[in-house]
Ligand binder design. Sequence first.
Ligand SMILES: NC(=O)C1=CN([C@@H]2O[C@H](COP(=O)(O)OP(=O)(O)OC[C@H]3O[C@@H](n4cnc5c(N)ncnc54)[C@H](OP(=O)(O)O)[C@@H]3O)[C@@H](O)[C@H]2O)[C@@H](O)CC1
Ligand SMILES: [K+]
Length: 513
Amino acid sequence: MKIVKRDEMLNIERFAIEEIGISGAVLMEIAGNQVADEIIRSYPDRSLPITILVGSGNNGGDGFVIARRLFDAGYNPAAWLLVDPEKLQGDALVQYRIHTARQLPLHSIEEGLARLDEDLASSEAVIDAMLGTGISGAVREPFNHIIEMVNGHGAHVFAVDLPSGLDCDTGRVENVAIRADETFTFALPKRGFFLQDGPSVIGRLEVKDISVPGTLADRLGMELPELITEQLAVQALPGRPQFGHKGTFGHALVIGGSKPFVGAPLYSAHAAYNTGAGLVTLAIPEEIYPVIAGQNQLALIRTLPGAEGHFNGEGVEADLFEKVGAVAVGPGLGRFDAGEAFIEEIMEHLDDQPIIIDADGLYHVKDRLEMLSRYRGAVILTPHPGEMATLTGRTVADIEADRITVAEDFARKYQVHLVLKGHRTIIATPEGTWVNPHGNDALAKGGSGDVLTGMIASFLAQGAGAAEAMQAAVYVHAASGERAAQKYSHYGVTPGNIIETGKEMLKEMEGKK
Ligand SMILES: NC(=O)C1=CN([C@@H]2O[C@H](COP(=O)(O)OP(=O)(O)OC[C@H]3O[C@@H](n4cnc5c(N)ncnc54)[C@H](OP(=O)(O)O)[C@@H]3O)[C@@H](O)[C@H]2O)[C@@H](O)CC1
Ligand SMILES: [K+]
């Protein structure tokens, strides 16, 4: 499913109205009906106290439809028009006229905020149809106070299209926004749901079909980022020929580790093994061999010469890469003087196998980005925002303000594949962009990134294309974080739990392949 900015949504909507010939009023009727149906499904009890907050634009127009449908279904919601009716126009005005012609009850803002607060305080559910995609700037009076009132009460809040106050492009909340329990968005999810404050205010997101399908975006030639869904990840997962042998499933090489970071390469190697790689070799500095050997039962181990607890840059020889299908360099690597030359030498030994560069590997390539552009195969970089700041010379705040654009620009400029980690992870490649709506705080732990790197390496070794390996790994990793948190709590999830739970996710996914 594609995600859109405000102008893109407006263009698609305009195309649906002007070229396809489905009128705005019809779209509004469908939109309002979709939300009303959800509320009726959630709350079959008709006596439930519900407040509907109606704003001045088309979002408010949707609110009128919802109110009317609920009255018709036997509910008695308190519908509040929060602006002077004189302000209404277009389809919203049409809906207001229908509402009044039907002689349905409607509260006016003239009754005062104290009176509205009484309704809000006694409501079990609140429907936010105040502001949608048309908001500009900070939320003005009286909506800012009303939003605070809603957030201060304990009612279940349904946001219509988006939580009022959220900028649907940037995901920024300038002053206040509704904190929704559920958001029913129309046609396509909005980009701001996955950026900045968006994820913390939208609650459970559901996309409602209003007869404006995403295929209209394709007809308009729009290149839009796509959401990573289970279905997409299932398609991206490499196939497993039934009579394959270990050679069929590829050989992943993980290069990393140093005296302070012994666990990182182990997590990557174990993640690779547990997600299907036929063979995994772990190349580590010789000094940490005894510790690694004691903790590893899966990967082949290859030691390279080291100094002061790190690699010393030597010992990178052709036979290390023999029959290797994918390389990951960086987990636990640390920083050392010969680091830049070390990675350069690794890349020189490769033909065109995909290479993942992670953690301090990223630090060592920050001044060699042209080398990455020149590489014949796929280069996958997996920075968190701090590492992305190092790669781009920008601040973390800058990157977080528009993760999608930053990632896309970087991927195109250097012709690399990028996994920009964080809350919400972005995959950007020269060919397209994907946004991962899954994952949680349980993944924000040392070792978690190493697991992701191992999963990507594993899928690459098994023959997935670069974009597909990233999609499948990002999904399995994030969905495992969600699943593991249900079992072990958000506090208790470890990288090892992610690897174990990943197998459960894969079990479900292979059944759908
Ligand atoms: N996409 C689709 O296919 C469909 C979309 N539909 C729906 O249309 C919605 C978009 O409608 P929209 O364009 O009328 O904008 P909307 O969000 O109602 O807000 C505009 C009003 O808000 C006001 N206002 C603005 N900023 C403000 C502020 N900071 N603080 C306070 N007020 C502020 C502004 O007032 P003004 O600035 O003009 O004084 C204006 O009156 C969309 O989200 C979806 O719900 C469906 O019906 C059908 C199909
Ligand atoms: K809204």
